[in-house]
Design a protein around this ligand. Structure first.
Ligand SMILES: [Ca+2]
Length: 411
């Protein structure tokens, strides 16, 4: 009897030390992501393309076991596009038609903040993504992306300005960057912006959709279909990769993007992850690398809206990056954020992405830079989720094209 007790005790000690060693040396592999289910996508794909590696699409589903809820804070917004939390816990929100507003977590919506340059809100254009200066608490500087009418068409443009002391206006608004060339198309502006770990701005630009500009995603002499890295003054950031080719632009960070509407920094690795819209199929999540080519339109897991193949109809090519994950059919991934809160343990370091046509929030569990589980959150809300951010309170906040702001947190 005594011997059995002793063995059990030893076993217990052994299993404790095993579980500790398996988690303590791997901060990228957080807690149990939840209950494994069938893949969440049950519709047929548009193409018969083969993934480059197991788990690149239609990964197993995973269900959050912790009870959580999405609460509507307000429904009074008009096509909100970007949301970020201010240091005091209120939310700064852009609306597509050109307004910027401050919203409290009680749902009080401010009047539009004046002083922003005009946007061209036709098509997919408008006032798009935004970010706060790392020193916002002292300098009140805000940076945003918008579509700008100019000679020859429209640009994806970046501007900055200072929020006035009374919070009613943006002072000294200045356009600091334009992705050229301009084109009359009012589609595929990209439009997210964030500060990287070096204090420089990272901006996503689209290839403007039309067949005339689509190939420019592969041109190092064009700002279209790119990830751009800039100083706060809009100049090419130091340390940018050097692309070879005639007229290579010094502001480029990566090339070969279609319509990237999501950017987020991985909380453990510090790397920048990106989402972009494919055509029919071929929505992507990418892990950005300086100097890399992400393939559009040469390689893609999508097909044309007409049903034809895109270009030569290839999905993999040497010298071009594979997406970490892709969807076919599309979910239309837009703004995204990594979860570093603690109230829902399964979500630690997971990626949350607003899905437009998918009408849900995508949750991707990630281990060692691979997707290991997918969940669809708030699907019963029937909302086109445009952007999502984590507040300083550890909750997630998401905005929808229908005008809602949600708080998503443990019940
Ligand atoms: Ca790609």
């Amino acid at each position: 009897m005594k011997k059995i007790t002793c063995s059990l005790a030893l076993l217990t000690i052994f299993s404790i030390s095993l579980s500790c060693s398996s988690c303590s040396n791997d901060k990228d592999n957080p807690a149990d992501p939840g209950t494994v289910t069938d893949p969440v996508e049950t519709n047929d794909p548009n193409s018969s393309y083969t993934p480059a590696f197991a788990g690149q699409t239609r990964i197993s589903g995973v269900k959050t076991n912790t009870s959580f809820q999405g609460v509507v804070i307000t429904s009074a917004l008009a096509n909100p596009w970007g949301v970020k939390m201010l240091p005091d816990g209120r939310l700064l929100i852009t609306e597509k038609a050109g307004q910027m507003r401050i919203v409290t977590t009680e749902g009080v919506v401010s009047n539009p903040i004046t002083g922003l340059p005009a946007v061209n809100a036709s098509g997919q254009g408008g006032l798009l993504g935004l970010c706060l200066d790392p020193d916002f608490a002292s300098n009140k500087m805000i940076y945003w992306v918008f579509s700008e009418s100019t000679t020859g068409g429209n640009n994806t443009a970046v501007a900055k300005g200072k929020l006035s002391a009374d919070e009613k206006t943006i002072e000294g608004a200045t356009v600091i960057y334009r992705a050229k060339p301009a084109n009359p198309s009012n589609l595929h502006y990209g439009g997210r912006i964030l500060f990287d770990k070096t204090g420089n701005l990272v901006v996503s630009t689209g290839e403007r959709s039309v067949l005339e500009t689509r190939p420019l995603a592969q041109s190092v002499a064009s700002g279209l279909g790119k990830i751009i890295r800039l100083t706060k003054e809009g100049q090419p950031a130091s340390g940018n990769p050097v692309f070879t080719g005639t007229g290579a632009l010094p502001e480029l960070y990566s090339i070969g993007h279609r319509n990237p509407q999501g950017l987020a920094i991985h909380p453990v690795t510090g790397e920048i992850w990106e989402s972009e819209h494919g055509p029919r199929g071929g929505d992507e999540i990418n892990r950005l690398k300086a100097g890399a080519n992400f393939g559009w339109p040469t390689i893609t897991y999508g097909i044309e809206y007409s049903g034809e193949k895109v270009g030569a109809g290839i999905q993999q090519q040497s010298g071009m990056e594979q997406p970490v994950y892709y969807w076919d059919p599309v979910v239309s991934p837009s703004g995204m954020t990594f979860y570093t809160g603690t109230r829902v343990p399964e979500w630690e370091n997971n990626l949350f992405i607003g899905a437009l046509s998918g009408m849900h929030i995508v949750r991707l569990a990630i281990e060692n830079n691979k997707v290991v589980g997918e969940e669809r959150l708030l699907a019963s809300e029937n909302q086109r989720f445009r952007d999502i951010t984590q507040g300083s309170d550890g909750a997630l906040y998401a905005v929808t094209d229908q005008g809602r702001l949600y708080k998503i947190d443990k019940k």
